[in-house]
Write a protein that binds this ligand. Structure first.
Ligand code: Z5A
Ligand code: MG
Length: 211
């Protein structure tokens, strides 16, 4: 079960504002899938482990300053440097549960005032997700959760703008889940969405983002 004999893996992305529960739900979904014997891995962007990722990490911690367009392109480059591995994994039958992707890239940079079409351009050609789950939580509510406020961008006003840009990116691969529900309820909804996506993908070719 879940091996490459069943076809390719699914690219499943979780998006949402800060503290909407993405990382918690990625971990729960991953252990559910692995528990069922499904070949699955958890990924996240930014991937702070690469040299590009280290520059991003310093920027987010306010330890360095970068031009808005320069940091935008670094976030994108951080996805491009993982693209070939991502493709190999998916074609080899591994499902990837990804914590943030190109939608974060565009929504955060556009919220700073950059032109949204300019923001989308470097994402074109990356692998298109099979499913994007948007965890919908009001910024005020998210701000009440643990750990909010440390890094750059973690301010309610800014998060509201990010939410508006996310909204404009919704397409047919999006499913919106109410992220203010109890964690276990969100988890159940995610399991169902993920399982049907994984089944559908087995006979569907990989596609590229074309924004
Ligand atoms: N960024 C960008 O600008 N461009 C890009 O291309 C990319 C990213 C990829 C770092 O991301 C920043 O990079 C981010 C976007 C920008 N900006 N900011 N700020 P990150 O992924 O490293 O951010 P993070 O700080 O690790 O995670 P997060 O997104 O802020 O949180 P989360 O993963 O969505 O939430 P969580 O850690 O799972 O949960 C947060 C807390 O809420 C925790 O205490 C949970 O126990 C609690 N929680 C979770 N779910 C619930 C429910 N349902 N009820 C009650 N409490 C809950
Ligand atoms: Mg997180």
């Amino acid at each position: 079960s879940g091996s490459s004999q069943g076809g390719r893996g699914a690219l499943i992305v979780l998006e949402g504002l800060d503290r909407s529960g993405k990382s918690s739900q990625c971990a729960r979904l991953l252990s559910f899938l692995q528990g069922k014997g499904c070949q699955a891995e958890g990924w996240r962007f930014p991937d702070r482990g690469t040299s590009v990722g280290q520059m991003i990490s310093a920027y987010l911690a306010n330890e360095s300053e970068l031009d808005d367009r320069a940091i935008h392109l670094l976030f994108s480059a951080n996805r491009w440097e993982k693209r070939a591995l991502m493709e190999r994994k998916l074609l080899g039958g591994t499902t990837l549960i990804v914590d943030r992707y190109s939608y974060s890239g565009v929504a955060f940079s556009a919220a700073k005032g950059l032109d949204i079409e300019w923001c989308k351009a470097p994402e074109n050609g990356l692998i298109a997700p099979d499913l994007v789950v948007y965890l919908d939580v009001q910024p005020e509510k998210a701000a009440e959760r643990g750990g909010y406020g440390g890094e750059r961008y973690e301010k309610v006003e800014f998060q509201k703008k990010v939410g508006e840009h996310y909204h404009s990116l919704r397409d047919s691969t999006w499913k919106v889940v109410d992220g203010s529900l109890p964690m276990e309820v969100v988890e159940e909804q995610l399991k169902e969405l993920a399982m049907s996506c994984i089944l559908e993908c087995q006979s569907k070719q990989l596609a590229s983002l074309a924004w």
